[in-house]
Ligand binder design. Structure first.
Ligand code: NAD
Length: 490
């Protein structure tokens, strides 16, 4: 087999883009071209949309749970058989080290397909509501759940396979057809899924289509099209707003996973800060800080601020970024030089506003060409600074002092975002009570991990609308139909 796959998937076939157009795929750890991907045109999007619409309306996929379960299990088996290729792709186009592939990028996401195959099998598609005396006399009522239709899945580059599967697995299990449009920086991760579906499953032609393109905004065509029934989007809040506006034209359902600026609160009864320090270091290293759910604000009691900042800085600063191909690397590069420029701009803004660098704050030595940046801890940060309010999406933590629990909760909640967070404290119940007061979709207490195929993930406020994963992440792709018929009087 010749991997990586560079062709689009449209209507059950692996095809070149119109006119054979391609664009360069760049390795973020070297800045070098590693190959090409099909560069889809609006005509390719049109072909994918026609196929997805026809597959949903006519192929029988939407009504055949057994076929869907079989297709998902076949895709799961194919994916497991191609883990080596998927890992190579993820290392090459994301810059992810092996350890990150084993966990965040591929290891955990491998559980999504079997989880949704099982759920489709056991799901209560029909719910009886009993007989009631209605205005029209006695009636038997019930609900049936139906797939919503054609789904446009638009995904970012930070954990591409994880997000591609978190959308695709429930959408397919629900009976939808899909047009997957990945970020231009990570086409191969998505095109590979198209190939596995095409070559290894009974999923009918047109049910699963994949479109890669150099133009990041080409997906706008999907968001404006009345043949799309739902837009499932993960990315920046700015793009999420653009998509909501486009979707309003045809009242298309939107499901949005957007940015975050989550807080990690260290309560004043905590003696040992190695737990939070490890959590911050591990999370940041795993995806070079490019994770929407990472806690990037650390809230520390004012009375213990200096000692805590020093302890966290020592561990955080000991992580050395490097190319994923070098054995033992735990932290890779940012996705591209543009993203590194953005991170550098944020660190400079913090210095301009009076913050102090505890560790990092620079590019590592000897890694020219790659988009590397040292893990950076900023101290003396106030909640008003840009680095405390905006999503940096890089390996930068900000340490903010607070006065008491109420103050910590106020600072944590003073954000346009509401995605996730942590609370660490010696008293579990007190930590849990604080966690309950934080307005976010997920919270970890004393390092407990919520991330799992069966746990719904999503945000409050401008972090998004809806939930991904779990039963809630399945029901996003379903409509509810209520039915009734006259009941006999006895
Ligand atoms: P982005 O919003 O620029 O792009 C995301 C996707 O949307 C890409 O596929 C891009 O090509 C596409 N896109 C861009 N403009 C579009 C338009 N007008 N219409 C339709 N599609 C369009 O984000 P990014 O730079 O790829 O990713 C980084 C951001 O994503 C960060 O802000 C991060 O917080 C967020 N993110 C959120 C989550 C989450 O689950 N909440 C996960 C990962 C990333």
């Amino acid at each position: 087999m010749n991997w990586p796959e560079t062709r689009l998937t449209i209507d059950g076939e692996l095809v070149a883009a119109e006119g054979g157009a391609t664009y360069a795929n760049i390795d973020p750890s070297t800045g070098q071209e590693i190959g090409v991907a099909a560069d889809a045109s609006p005509a390719d999007i049109e072909r994918a949309l026609v196929a997805a619409r026809r597959a949903f309306d006519e192929s029988g996929w939407a009504d055949d749970v057994a076929l869907r379960v079989r297709g998902l299990r076949q895709l799961d088996a194919a994916l497991r058989d191609h883990m080596t290729e998927m890992t190579e792709i993820t290392m090459a186009e994301v810059g992810a080290p092996q350890a990150a592939c084993d966990v965040a990028h591929l290891g955990e996401p491998l559980k999504f397909l079997p989880y949704y195959a099982d759920l489709a099998e056991s799901f209560e598609w029909t719910t009886p509501l009993g007989i009631a005396d209605t205005v029209g006399g006695p009636a038997e009522r019930w609900t049936e759940r139906e797939p919503i239709g054609v789904v446009a899945a638009i995904t970012p580059w930070n954990v591409p396979t994880q997000i591609n599967l978190a959308k695709t697995a429930p959408a397919l299990a629900a009976g939808c057809s899909v047009v997957l449009k990945p970020a231009p920086q990570t086409p191969w991760s998505a095109l590979a899924l198209g190939r596995l579906v095409t070559e290894h499953t009974d999923i009918p032609p047109g049910v699963f289509n994949v479109i890669s393109a150099a133009d990041p905004t080409i997906g706008a065509l999907l968001t404006e099209d009345p043949r799309v029934d739902m837009i499932s989007f993960t990315g920046s809040t700015a793009t999420g707003k653009t998509i909501m506006r486009a979707a309003a034209e045809h009242v298309t359902k939107v499901f949005l996973e957007l940015g975050g600026k989550s807080a990690m609160i260290l309560l004043d009864d905590l003696d040992d800060v190695s737990g939070p320090a490890m959590t911050a270091a591990f999370g940041t290293a795993l995806v070079c800080g490019q994770g929407c759910a990472l806690s990037t604000r650390i809230l520390i009691p004012r009375s213990r601020y200096d000692e805590t900042v020093t302890a966290i800085g020592e561990l955080f600063g000991s992580i050395t970024p490097g190319p994923p191909t070098v054995e033992g690397t735990t932290m890779g590069p940012l996705i591209d030089l543009r993203q590194r420029d953005r991170v550098e701009g944020y660190v400079q803004s913090a210095l301009d506003e009076g913050a102090r660098i505890v560790c990092g704050g620079a590019r590592p030595e000897g890694l020219d060409g790659g988009a590397f940046y040292l893990p950076t801890l900023l101290a003396d940060v106030t909640p008003e600074m840009r680095v405390a309010r905006e999503e940096i999406f890089g390996p930068v933590l900000v340490a903010i002092p607070y006065d008491d629990d109420d103050d910590a909760v106020r600072i944590a909640n003073d954000s346009i975002y509401g995605l996730s967070g942590h609370v660490f404290g010696a008293d579990d119940e007190r930590a849990l009570a604080v966690a309950r007061r934080i307005r976010t979709g997920t919270m970890s207490v004393n390092g407990g991990v919520w991330y799992s195929a069966d746990v719904p993930f999503g945000g409050y406020r401008q972090s998004g609308i809806g939930r991904e994963m779990g039963v809630a992440g399945f029901e996003e792709y379903l409509e509810t139909k209520a039915l009734a018929r006259p009941a006999s009087g006895d």
